[in-house]
Design a protein around this ligand. Structure first.
Ligand code: NAD
Length: 297
């Protein structure tokens, strides 16, 4: 049974995820390059290690929650893989390029370890509450071994296929989300210009074929869904910068696979300029305001 977990990357997501493992009775050795993140982890009962290698050397399972694929591969090659005991389970929960995930898995296998990609959705709220969804890419045995830990940090664990399949599911899901939020936002702005109230459009679309999460949970106008970020001045929620990042990964995947997708890349452009023009740290549903402004209202 797993007793000790090394948790590398104790940021906005990793900190609370590691804290939930501590609360479930695991010994968690944490490491982050940023001292304040290590201190915040310590407040959650995560033991601060002196380096990633020091944490990994004592662990049964290594979990990483890092900004990008380049960070992950650098950390793997920079010493994590070499420092671990033979056949350690390496579970990466970061959101990264599918290609990078497959490369990281190959590196882990070549070093004698057992890789799992397990990106999440559910944001910092889900990380705190332990209600994340995990999208798992791994062989059956590795997926089964990772599952008990993932079920502590999340409530929904889907084994999507072999290495990289978790990241593939994540990038496809977020492309649906990004595109559908723009579609809902354009519809509200068009409705405004046609003299339709937000509530009337909502009451129709929420109960007919326009229904989707972007409308009925994260509604981009204030009013119809009182809990949506639009009601609190677009405080996140899910930040514009992260949507721009995730759609950037979708664009990569579309290009490398030769997929004839047009809406995903267009949405990527729209969120990139939204993020660059002040929306980076606000909820991505604030994209409706750029559509309204561009409409001259
Ligand atoms: P974050 O920037 O808050 O945390 C990342 C942490 O990794 C930082 O504290 C950084 O110092 C640390 N780090 C970087 N390189 C390191 C290394 N070599 N060794 C140790 N620590 C290192 O980011 P976050 O919001 O926690 O997101 C982490 C990942 O989760 C990203 O890939 C992101 O796309 C994904 N994600 C985030 C959310 C969200 O809502 N924040 C939701 C789903 C997925």
């Amino acid at each position: 049974a797993v007793k000790t977990v090394a948790f590398i990357g104790l940021g906005n997501m990793g900190g609370p995820m590691a804290g939930n493992l501590v609360a479930a009775g695991y010994r968690v050795l944490g490491y982050d390059l940023f001292p304040a993140a290590l201190e915040a982890g310590a407040a959650r009962g995560v033991e601060a290690a002196e380096s990633g290698e020091a944490a990994v050397a004592q662990a049964d399972v290594v979990i990483t929650m890092l900004p990008s694929g380049a960070h992950l591969i650098d950390a793997y090659q920079g010493g994590l893989l070499a420092a671990a005991r033979p056949a350690t389970l390496f579970v990466d929960c970061s959101t990264i390029d599918v290609h990078d995930a497959r490369q990281a898995a190959e590196l882990a296998r070549a070093a004698g370890h057992r890789p799992v990609d397990a990106p999440v959705s559910g944001g910092t709220v889900g990380a705190e509450a332990g209600t994340l969804t995990f999208m798992v890419g791994a062989d059956d045995a590795e997926a089964a071994d990772a599952r008990p830990l993932l079920e502590i940090m999340g409530k929904n664990v889907v084994h999507c296929g072999a290495s990289g399949a978790g990241q593939a599911a994540k990038v496809c899901n977020n492309m649906i989300l990004g595109v559908s939020m723009i579609a809902v936002s354009e519809a509200f702005v068009l409705g405004e210009r046609l003299g339709l109230t937000h509530q009337a459009l909502y009451d129709v679309a929420a109960h007919s074929s326009g229904q989707c999460w972007a409308l009925t949970t994260n509604c981009p106008v204030p009013g119809p869904v009182p809990t949506s970020p639009a009601n609190r001045d677009y405080q996140p929620g899910f930040m514009g910068a992260l949507m721009a990042k995730d759609l950037g990964l979708a664009v990569e995947a579309i290009a490398t696979t030769g997929t004839a997708a047009r809406m995903g890349p267009l949405a990527a452009e729209i969120y990139r300029s939204f993020a660059d023009d002040g929306g980076a740290r606000t909820d991505f549903s604030g994209v409706i305001n750029t559509i309204r402004e561009a409409s001259g209202a």
